[in-house]
Design a protein around this ligand. Structure first.
Ligand SMILES: Cc1ncc(COP(=O)(O)O)c(C=O)c1O
Length: 462
């Protein structure tokens, strides 16, 4: 299979030989447009280049390569990110109006799926550590919830944004026992399973469907992802039909070629790449052990570097600004207590050195924290309406200060990572306005569906 020319080679060859009387409208006219964008290989589904929604040829080869590389039963290349894979999997695996059990820390694509499909969500919560980072889901909680509720689908995020990996093997056994499917949002886990220095991939731990963003942790263009079917319980036909709802009918072949290239590259060089990657990470962690005020840690996935400002005289947001403005290092996200630096096997040793040097320079300038920084904790709000019921209600704005005890019509989340703090249909807990104010004050971006959370929030009226 690997001996066949890559999709990229086929596109390059094609563009030299055919006159384009078809979409897209740029007609591969690079000399007219002359701006360096890859018009030459930007075709869509034309003769000889297969059909993403009915893979029979060159895209089928890419899909088969993905399945064999990750060890899944079947794989679907995606050009709409993990977002479209999650929505499609939810659509295929749970009937409209059914019950789902989901991690409260789920990405908003999962919440959007809940609203679109009129689902009844039940939530799995986790303890948050002293940095405010959510920990592991207790399999006993899954067992208890599945005993209490008739759930069709369980949805977990593993690894999380910060690199916490869930016990998928145990949880998948519990799901099977209760007749529920297990969908794992592994948007941040496309690099797992290739080296013993990293955790196992959810694909090999008993999940039914795993969705992963290639673009987040692997060398692939933004928006590229994979959906894996990992068990005989899931129908490829049902997944394919659902993908045709949520994914474009004009997929970008630049993105598809990037997926194909990423898979081939990884299949060919994974041992050397992951061994060099883990060595660079190990040396970075060793080097930064002796920081005085800042500290460097990681959870299960060593590729997600957590730069903790918990015991230092600055916030995570201030630390990320210093890294950006003075050292030209752009990190992935910042919260009050920490900064998340994402790595991948394409990072050069020089990048780790630059980050370590910057941390030591900042560490020398700052002092230990003078106050005990605490992270606002939210109790799980009471669900009065499901998200889709709330969407059908009328709404009106109320000043943020007066909203406690009322029912939200919109979602509120901190960005990144985009996890909702309030979901439509939930009663807003006491202390919520103060917590939002505290987060905004410390530089965390807080967003709401309507975009007015700094002043007001949309509540349900009838
Ligand atoms: C946990 C998680 N799931 C899903 C997504 C969506 O992935 P994508 O951007 O590939 O659509 C994200 C994106 O940030 C995420 O963090």
């Amino acid at each position: 299979m690997m001996k066949e020319p890559s999709l990229l080679n086929r596109l390059t060859e094609y563009s030299k030989t055919r006159i384009p009387m078809h979409m897209p409208g740029h007609k591969r006219n690079e000399s007219l447009l002359s701006d360096g964008l890859p018009y030459g290989i930007d075709i869509t589904e034309i003769d000889g280049f297969d059909n993403l929604h009915d893979m029979q040829g060159v895209l089928k080869e890419t899909a088969e390569l993905a399945a064999s590389l990750y060890g899944s039963c079947a794989a679907f290349p995606l050009v709409g990110g993990s977002t479209c894979g999650i929505l499609a999997a939810m659509h295929a695996l749970c009937p409209r109006g059914s019950h789902v059990l989901m991690a409260r820390g789920s990405h908003k694509s999962v919440y959007n799926g809940v609203e679109l499909l009129g689902l009844h969500p039940h939530y799995l919560t986790v303890e948050h550590d002293k940095y405010g980072i959510g920990g592991k889901i207790n399999p006993a909680d899954v067992e208890q919830m599945l005993t209490q509720h008739e759930v069709d689908l369980v949805i977990l995020t593993s690894p999380t944004y910060e690199g916490v990996v869930q016990d998928i093997s145990t949880i998948s056994g519990i799901c099977r026992k209760h007749g529920a499917y297990l969908l794992v949002d592994s948007a941040h886990g496309a690099h797992l399973g290739f080296s013993e220095k990293f955790p196992e991939s959810a694909v090999s731990c008993g999940a039914d469907v795993v969705v992963m963003s290639l673009h987040k942790t692997m060398p692939a263009l933004t928006q590229t992802a994979l959906l894996h079917i990992c068990s005989e319980r899931v129908s490829a036909q049902a997944i394919g039909a659902a993908l045709s709802i949520f994914e474009t009918s004009s997929p970008s072949y630049v993105l598809l070629a990037s997926i194909d290239r990423c898979l081939r590259f990884t299949a060919e060089k994974k041992d050397a790449l992951f061994s060099a990657y883990s060595e660079k990470l190990a040396s970075f962690y060793e080097k930064t052990k002796c920081l005085q005020n800042l500290s460097v840690l990681h959870f299960d996935d060593p590729g997600k570097i957590i730069l903790s400002a918990k015991h230092a005289s600055l916030t995570g947001t201030e630390l990320s600004e210093m890294l950006r403005n003075r050292f030209h290092i752009e990190t992935e996200m910042a919260s009050m207590q920490y900064v998340l630096a994402m790595t991948g096997f394409c990072d050069e040793a020089a990048s780790y050195d630059a980050l370590a040097d910057a941390l030591f320079a900042i560490d020398r300038e700052i002092a230990p924290a003078s106050d005990n920084k605490t992270v606002p904790a939210f109790p799980l709000p009471k669900q009065v309406f499901t998200p889709s019921e709330a969407a059908g209600k009328n709404g009106e704005f109320t000043p943020l200060a007066n909203c406690a005890g009322c029912i939200a019509k919109e979602a509120v989340w901190a960005y990144p990572p985009g996890i909702p703090m309030i979901v439509p249909g939930e009663e807003i807990p006491q202390g919520f306005p103060e917590a939002i104010a505290q987060m905004l004050q410390s530089g965390v971006e807080v967003k709401s569906t309507t975009g007015h959370i700094k002043e007001k929030i949309m509540l349900t009226t009838t």
